[in-house]
Design a protein. Sequence first.
Length: 614
Amino acid sequence: MDLATLKAFKPTEFEDAADGYRATGDMASAAKDTIDNVVCAGIRNQLEGETAKAALRELGELSKNFHYVQTECGLISTALNAFAFDMAVAKRKLDAALEDAAANNCTVNANGSVNYPAGRKPGAEKDTDGGTVNGSAGGSETSDALERQAVNIHPNPYYGAALGYANRIADALQEATQADAKWAPKLRALKADDDLVVSNRDWADAHSDMAGVREAGKNYLESLPEPPKGGSPQDNADWWKGLSPEEQAAWLSARPEVVGALDGVPSTIRDEANRIVFDEKRGQLQMELDSMPKPPANEWTWITAGMYPSKVHTDEWMDWHRQYGDRYEQLTKSLKGMQSIQDRFDATGVKGLPEAYLLGFSAEGNGRAIVANGNPDTASHQAVYVPGTTSNLGGIGGDIDRMVNVWRTAEANNPGGAVSTITWLGYDAPQNIVKDSPFSHYADDGAPAFNRFMDGLETSHSGESDPHRTAIGHSYGTTLIGSAARQGELNADDVILAGSPGVQVPKAEDLDVPKGHVWNLEADGDPVPDVGRFGHGGTDWDGPWTIPSDERFGAQQMETGEAERGGVKTGKAEGHSEYWNDNSTSLLNQGLVVAGHGDSVTLEEPPDRWAHMR
């Protein structure tokens, strides 16, 4: 980088180019949303047959292209702004050095050297001739000391000033050269493949591109306002609203995992951020899985030990498992769960199902996912479901389906008002019924995050009136909801508990909702309520451990058996997992509560658990 180039450099030209790429990314995002939520949704809602399926496949590929364009354009925009930022710092240093040199009667030459005029130090009899000095960038302590000594010795007072200007110019040129060398390969890396297929490798490369932009753009990104550490949902919302469009775009492109996790930020923004994380992580994990050898086909063999044959793993399979088994299993489960989330995206429009919003996502550990049916920010009724023991990313599909069923039921009983139902797997659920579920720390650790999410729904809501909000828990998920109420203030109007082993508090009134707005479901043959009583039941020390199915708890007991309403029969739920079955009484009752029609719920008497003691 020479002096003339840096002197003529205009950061605004690169900032304008960044704005252009950002605008292109915004158009791609709008096109993707139109394809997914209007065109494809309309086809699914109205058409059937092979032609419709073929059209959906092609439109799905087009949507992927637009999403990839959106993601890459966002990175290019941020990279250009970061490059302009780095160069602007160097240019400001150069401009300041040139201005100071001119003000002190020094002339800067094209190569960066500085001419200084004749002059004399105080007490000298005559002027010392002027001259020319060349600067050096980033001197060592030794060279700096030698320069200071030379300045002190030199008889011309302008010599030291000129040397300082020359060094400042050299520093600025070196900084600009380093910025140019740093950004050139990063920008070249943002070039996409010359085809129309967005592959797993493309998304993995996009993740690598993001890491490269973050590394190179460290100074620029650190100059942006950061989200408040440990901030409330309202703090997060205020931070986001206070950012300029350029700053918002930089956060979305370079740190989407941060934006997507912030409660209080609009759901559309969280969804946009989390879908970038989702697609990039999916590409990475699929490529990693594809690179592994498949499990050997001959997994089992028989050996004779004593008089009886025994079935054992083959040596070949054991060797594979030791090297790949655990990671292979985790990758397979994670990708299965991610496919379930994608299936929900692709179901938008089926029988009127609204667009989905990905409000949280992580593939680390057991995985996290928060998936909404419909935009909660504009919904009149919101319902948030917390699954229980064994819940993880790999099995998220069943939990999403449950909330689809609740959405359909609530929407059918809520003419004229929008409903949003949300699956909230935002905590580390216990994974083993025997070894993990008896302990409360899973609920206690996850409850604060649940409270923040519920508060965030209120903060980000944009409707004219406050929404009606329902918390729904299943099994250990009810324990988390109880812990959330015990530890803080549960931001809900109704609470539905299904198959609850206890909620850590002894009375319905402790769940922070109005009297009569705690609802409980216990189906015939569900063993969990009594099994969990002594681990998670609440007590006020004047009676036994209490669970929501007990009369003394004070919950309204929803009917789970067969029923008839308006000539329509609904089915019975049995066991621990049938509370969300299609056309079941328990599902209808939940839908009525979510839609704000709790007065239409069919009730039953709580079971008399203590009859044998009387």
